[in-house]
Ligand binder design. Sequence first.
Ligand code: NAP
Length: 278
Amino acid sequence: MLGRELVPVLRAAGAAVTAADRATLDITDPAAVAGAVAGHDIVVNTAAWTDVDAAEADEPAATVVNGDAVAGLARACAGAGAVLVQLSTDYVFPGTATAPYPEGAPTDPANAYGRSKLAGERAVREVLPGTGYVVRTAWLYGRHGRNFVTTVLRLAGQRETLDVVDDQHGQPTWARALARQLAGLGAAALAGTAPAGFYHGTAAGQTSWYGLARAVFAGAGLDPDRIRPTSSAAFPRPARRPGYSVLGHDRWAAAGVPVQPAWHAQLAEALEGGSLAA
Ligand SMILES: NC(=O)c1ccc[n+]([C@@H]2O[C@H](COP(=O)([O-])OP(=O)(O)OC[C@H]3O[C@@H](n4cnc5c(N)ncnc54)[C@H](OP(=O)(O)O)[C@@H]3O)[C@@H](O)[C@H]2O)c1
């Protein structure tokens, strides 16, 4: 989802981009990774094991992709003298806070996926202390891949009412808004004006899944009262979901890169432009 939004955004900004997908580059293959990284100034890793519930059943396999492969990628970047931007997740935090998690807040992952992503974060910071960037995102939606917003739009045509959880809070983030922010961070990193380390790549503001579903309906010209609030207990899942996934954005100022627009403004732009149509 993110990778396919990022490539055109970077090209439009004038970057010469080599786009790799799973068919052309398995990130768990160190020799292939070293070959792919060579000759590049900056690498953005949007590949990951992203099936959160499946990670609960097979954490070692998730860690091979989200931890070990990221360590290999970091070593390849160190060898090639390339900057690395690694995507991570709000799930490295326990999700029990009541105020936004700052970039330096202690981690304590909510589930196996969070632990596997934390292994990747640590590898980047250990191998590339001066040129490794970790951008944590959350609640992503976009045109490509399965996500909450396009699922709600699809279900709107199939069901009269939708029950949506109102006890998980986060920052719905349009993949293209994150792509734009990553383009800004990449430029600043190459210019030497962005300190390495942690950044939080999520929309400003916060809402619940219920609030987001209502906004999607309203934005699509549908009656938001067709959305009904419910609790997480109504939808038991293998992996625990944090109740509070709101991330702070203070560190962008140090890099001279703007924070993302508010989640509702991002959603309005995504819906207006038809940018979520498959
Ligand atoms: N989506 C969210 O809400 C969210 C929230 C927090 C953080 N993130 C993070 O944001 C980043 C982008 O997420 P996304 O939603 O764009 O993920 P996505 O749509 O699931 O894309 C991940 C891609 O990685 C590929 N991949 C998996 N294993 C690979 C391997 N060994 N070698 C090469 N490619 C491999 C997958 O290929 P297959 O499809 O063939 O498996 C898939 O195309 C990830 O780091 C993710 O952890 C996402």
